[in-house]
Design a protein. Sequence first.
Length: 61
Amino acid sequence: MAKPPTSAETKPFTIVLPAKAAERLEILVETGLYGASRAEAAKMIILQHLQDLWKSGKLPG
């Protein structure tokens, strides 16, 4: 079943990564656990890390 769209506002932006990092994102995509694209994999990793920082008290908010 598809997930309902999130109600949070989004803001697109572009990042540039070293080729090796992009290759590693591609490996994660191939596992099927991190989305269907490098962008989705990067989004999941960034959001998880932000949540971890917030839970540890290192990120205010």
